[in-house]
Design a protein around this ligand. Structure first.
Ligand code: ZN
Length: 310
């Protein structure tokens, strides 16, 4: 039994439309689902990814409208690494992000920047052993597109200590000095701990809420059992409409999820029109009229582009 690398990473934003403008319009990911938070349906939950929203490409945000900026501290992820194809692509991104007013730091092998909420991103050269997970965007040449999430770094006290939940239970490989690699059949993921800053973390806009690893559907219950046997508190299986999920906290404080690889985002929307309509979890469908009044409309740039042509 083997986890299939990353499934998705979920963050918090204070403003849904800016979230779409940054990740779909500027970075060129596809907004693949516009839905609401299962536990707080008055809040948007937006999913971005490659053309089909494949696990390994997915970044998602809960919008808490007007949320104040948070700050990553111990037990929180502080950096997300996105892959691109080549050093030329890094040059392209340094230029594109700079032109959009972002302070993009080009260094050997990467471009670092903070998004509009202060979330730190790093564009890095993708491993060429994996199928690229890219989306189409009219202003981004396909050879420069982002091709999937490559890794993430978190703050943790005793960053370099043992992590048996990772290595023995979940199958990560320890690379030493707080660095780990998760090898799926198709995709890998780089995971690392760094010593935390003195200031305590504050959950808020621009911080990461949780990280989800991919599981083959048929292994999901066995993962739940395995985490439970390792002594972790793990939730029941929750139906998230686009995948099934279990959640537990790893010993350094970071919320982990294990999510199934299917059914995926085309389960309630035509693959050619993902992320265009507001989709509600079945349990909240009866609130649709109220939610459509409450939630500020979010424009998918693909719809906007089509409307300009029409
Ligand atoms: Zn999740």
């Amino acid at each position: 039994m083997q986890l299939e690398g990353l499934h998705h990473i979920t963050m918090i934003t204070g403003e849904a439309q800016r979230n779409v403008d940054f990740y779909a319009d500027l970075l060129g990911l596809r907004l693949v689902k516009k839905t609401v938070n299962f536990d707080a349906p008055e809040a948007y939950h937006l999913y971005f990814g490659d053309e089909r929203g494949a696990p390994g490409s997915i970044l998602t945000w809960f919008e808490f409208s007007g949320a104040r900026r948070g700050r990553a501290g111990a037990g929180m992820i502080h950096t997300i690494q996105l892959g691109v194809g080549s050093p030329h692509a890094l040059d392209f991104w340094a230029q594109r992000l700079g032109a959009a007013g972002y302070d993009a730091q080009r260094s050997e092998g990467s471009v670092g920047l903070d998004d509009y909420d202060g979330l730190h991103l790093e564009l890095v050269i993708a491993r060429d052993s994996e199928p690229p997970l890219a989306a189409h965007h009219p202003q981004i040449p396909s050879e420069h597109a982002i091709v999937g999430v490559q890794g993430a770094r978190a703050f943790a006290a005793e960053a370099e200590g043992q992590a048996p939940l990772l290595t023995e239970t979940l199958g990560f490989t320890s690379l030493g000095a707080g660095a780990y690699r998760l090898d799926g059949e198709q995709r890998r993921f780089d995971w690392a701990y760094d010593s935390p800053p003195e200031a305590v973390g504050i959950q808020g806009a621009g911080t990461v809420h949780h990280i989800a690893w991919g599981s083959r559907d048929e292994d999901h219950l066995a993962w739940q059992q395995r985490v439970r046997e390792a002594g972790g508190y793990v939730t029941d299986v929750l139906d998230r409409d686009y995948f099934q999920s279990i959640y537990f906290r790893e010993p350094r404080g970071i919320l982990f999820e294990i999510a199934t690889l299917s059914p995926g985002f085309a389960v309630d929307e035509d693959p050619g029109h993902l992320g265009e309509e507001l989709k509600l979890p079945k349990m909240h469908e009866h609130l649709r009229a109220q939610l459509e009044r409450q939630l500020a409309p979010v424009l998918n740039p693909r719809v906007a582009a089509r409307e300009q042509v029409d």
